[in-house]
Design a protein around this ligand. Structure first.
Ligand code: ADP
Ligand code: ZN
Length: 704
């Protein structure tokens, strides 16, 4: 029996009321409908895609209790905390709980008071006796890949889960995971006894992650410059060794950043302290070995940096995937150097399974050296095909220019030929550049014809060009033979048959050299920062991680929409009834105070600065970029300057057709008084500030 007939409207109502969301993401709605109709489902959705909602919403929609199997105790606790913060009755049951707590949980379970009960597979047997008397409305198996030995994270305790479908044949079962290739998917479904379950497979792509690969020179300087541009944001830097995590963390602290190292050599207590401080936003920056991040559900990690190249794309994708789970833009940086790949190949050579791992490393390297859209390379690796370039990677943002590199290439190839294909890249470059080092002289390379043939290109640049030649299949590296370079058949076409070669011009590393002693900056006082401070305070009081109160996405939405009443506050994404009751007053107070700051007599310095940029004819986006403020703030400056009586040509920031479009939308909206209606109407393509500006200008012309 169901609490209600499950209509689409009911699902939307419950979504807003309990979770504060207006829309379903990906295929959430289809999945939820399938389950509410009593069917089984297998869900493959990338990290941050919104898997939890697929069973949490049915849990409160259907009569009875949902049983959730989840392997990681830390995650279980997080999810239960988040559900409770939304006023949903949830609890977990595992081996770490004190006796009294377990008793309380069981009592509530038996009394039918729980909408969801989370349990670790190891503890399921103990709980089983208590499941007989109550209605189980749904069984959810999270991280379902753990059941399959084909998957990458096999957990023996998962294999017994096959009994669930036999024990509750009428109860829908949903299995969810972020990673499972074809054979793993089939294995999961078979083992769980849901071979006929409908499959829901979302794209692997995470379009909000900016993919950035940079030359691995002056990494520390690049990182410091990066951090200057991302103050107060949470992020993770992955390093290969324990020692380097510690020295880099120390270095960052000496420059005024709050950063901690994390690695397997620390005691469990130290590690959980570091992890907790990260989750609670006390320590924004973690410098870690790959051991960090498993089982962390922090949704507002804004960036991930790889100090060294990972061994394969699976690991890389999993690690960058820890950024931007809230769906907001997040930045990822991979430092790439040729020396790193040599190092990794040495590791691999000592391991078993050399060919397999070498193939994976090759793909990783191709990604790092790609001269076309990186997301295409990445997504393609995972078996999907992207039609268009993504526009959100460094290559798309900064498409390389090509030049006729035929002569340069010929010189390199003939250099390799003349030293009889006996040397690795470093020596080849030395010879071509006419280096006088001992190794070159000892072998008499100063006498060959191409010695010093390419003096006018720097060592690093020449290295990059040679790498391009390797990638174009003109040269081959024999890794097993000290990495010597060999000519391929294609090389002969260039040397003897007039084949032309295009090379990409090199982007110089942006080693932004602003690395003086730096004091931590004062918060700039944007509304977002004020809201974040309030959130931190509330989180401390309630002793929960900050994102349990509200996600960054919610704060961002508050900043954009500037709600001033409880009704408007309820429109913010992530604000459901319970959170509104609890927090509306506090947040509205901050927002109102921010909007009604007493006006200084004269436009203050910040407005003047914006004004001078406007006079230079910059766009609002450019001004925002230059001033490191949000576009919305710059827009507020415009209005403010206008109110001060300063003449502003608003029409330089908006096209007449945009104003027309926005005005035309008004009559089609059910609630035209809400900015969000417009925002949604235009599929989030038109930013809030532009909507405000258009409406402002229309009103102004009406008055005149
Ligand atoms: P996953 O388990 O797939 O990694 P989560 O279930 O943790 O992802 O969801 C990631 C984030 O997206 C969470 O902050 C969640 O609250 C948010 N989210 C989920 N569904 C929606 C939705 N329909 N609208 C807005 N945000 C959502
Ligand atoms: Zn791209």
């Amino acid at each position: 029996m169901k609490k209600n007939t499950v209509t689409e409207q009911l699902l939307f109502d419950l979504l807003k009321k309990n979770f504060g969301y207006d829309h379903f993401r990906n295929n959430q709605k289809d999945i939820i409908t399938t389950i509410c109709d009593g069917n089984d489902a297998l869900v493959i959705m990338p990290t941050g895609g919104g898997k939890s909602l697929c069973f949490q919403l049915p849990a409160i929609t259907l009569e009875g209790t949902t049983l959730v199997i989840s392997p990681l105790i830390a995650l279980m606790k997080d999810q239960v905390d988040a559900l409770r913060a939304n006023g949903i009755a949830a609890a977990y049951y595992n081996s770490t709980q004190p006796f009294e707590e377990t008793q309380q949980v069981l009592e509530n379970l038996n009394a039918g008071k729980l909408d969801l009960i989370y349990v670790a597979p190891e503890s399921l047997q103990l709980l089983d006796a208590h499941l007989t008397a109550i209605t189980i409305n749904l069984i959810a198996i999270d991280e379902a890949h753990c059941i399959s030995s084909w998957g990458h994270d096999f957990r023996p305790a998962y294999t017994q889960l096959g009994y669930l479908k036999k024990r509750f044949p009428e109860t829908p079962l949903i299995a969810l995971t972020a990673t499972a290739d074809r054979s793993t998917q089939d294995d999961i479904a078979e083992q769980l006894g849901i071979a006929h379950a409908q499959k829901f497979i979302s794209s692997f792509d995470r379009p909000n992650l900016y993919l950035d690969v940079r030359p691995g020179q002056k990494r520390n300087e690049q990182i410091l410059a990066f951090l200057d541009k991302h103050p107060f944001e949470s992020g993770i830097i992955y390093c290969l060794s324990r020692k380097s995590t510690e020295s880099l963390a120390e270095k960052l602290r000496s420059k005024g950043h709050t950063a901690q190292a994390y690695h397997a050599g620390m005691s469990p207590e130290q590690r959980s302290k570091v992890q907790e401080d990260f989750i609670n936003d006390t320590t924004p920056i973690i410098v870690a070995t790959i051991a960090f991040g498993m089982g962390i559900d922090k949704s507002n990690v804004r960036w991930v940096i790889h100090y060294n190249m990972p061994k394969n794309l699976e690991g890389y994708y999993q690690e960058i995937g820890r950024a931007g789970r809230d769906g907001l833009p997040a930045h990822t940086v991979l430092f790439y150097s040729y020396a790193d790949t040599i190092q990794l190949r040495k590791f691999i050579d000592q391991s078993s399974n050399v060919d397999y791992q070498t193939a994976k490393l090759d793909r990783m390297q191709q990604y790092a050296e790609a001269l076309s859209c990186r997301r295409k390379v990445l997504i393609n690796y995972f078996g999907e095909f992207l039609q268009e370039d993504c526009g959100n990677c460094d290559v798309c943002k900064n498409a390389p220019e090509y030049f006729d590199g035929t002569v340069l290439t010929q010189k390199v190839l003939s250099g390799v030929a003349r030293i009889k294909e006996q040397e690795a890249m470093g020596t080849v470059i030395d010879v071509l550049r006419g280096s006088q080092n001992a190794q070159v002289y000892d072998k008499g390379y100063q006498h060959i014809k191409t010695y010093g043939a390419i003096k006018d290109v720097s060592w690093r640049d020449l290295q990059q060009y040679v790498i391009q030649m390797i990638n174009q299949g003109l040269l081959e590296i024999r890794f097993r033979e000290s990495g010597r370079l060999l000519l391929t058949p294609l090389a002969n076409d260039v040397l003897f048959k007039g084949k032309k070669i295009q090379l990409a011009k090199l982007a110089q590393p942006k080693a932004e050299p602003i690395v003086k002693e730096r004091k931590p900056k004062k918060p700039k006082g944007t509304l977002f920062e004020k809201l974040r401070d309030l959130r931190a305070e509330l989180a401390r009081d309630a002793n929960v991680p900050a994102y349990i109160i509200f996600s960054d996405a919610s704060l961002k939405d508050m900043e954009d929409q500037e709600p001033q009443t409880v009704k408007e506050f309820l429109e913010i994404q992530g604000v459901g009834q319970v959170k509104s009751d609890k927090y509306a007053a506090d947040f509205l107070k901050i927002i109102k105070a921010h909007l009604h700051k007493p006006k200084p007599k004269k436009p203050s310095k910040t407005f003047e600065e914006t004004r001078s940029f406007i006079e230079q004819g910059l766009s609002l986006e450019e001004i925002a970029e230059a001033r490191q403020l949000t576009v919305s703030t710059i827009y507020n400056h415009l209005i403010r300057l206008h109110e001060e009586g300063i003449e502003i040509d608003f029409y330089q920031f908006i096209q007449p057709v945009e104003i027309d479009q926005i005005n035309a939308a008004t009559s089609k909206l059910e609630e035209p008084e809400k900015l969000k209606s417009y925002f949604d109407f235009f599929k989030e393509d038109i930013p809030y500030w532009k909507i405000k500006l258009a409406l402002f200008l229309s009103k102004k012309t009406e008055k005149n």
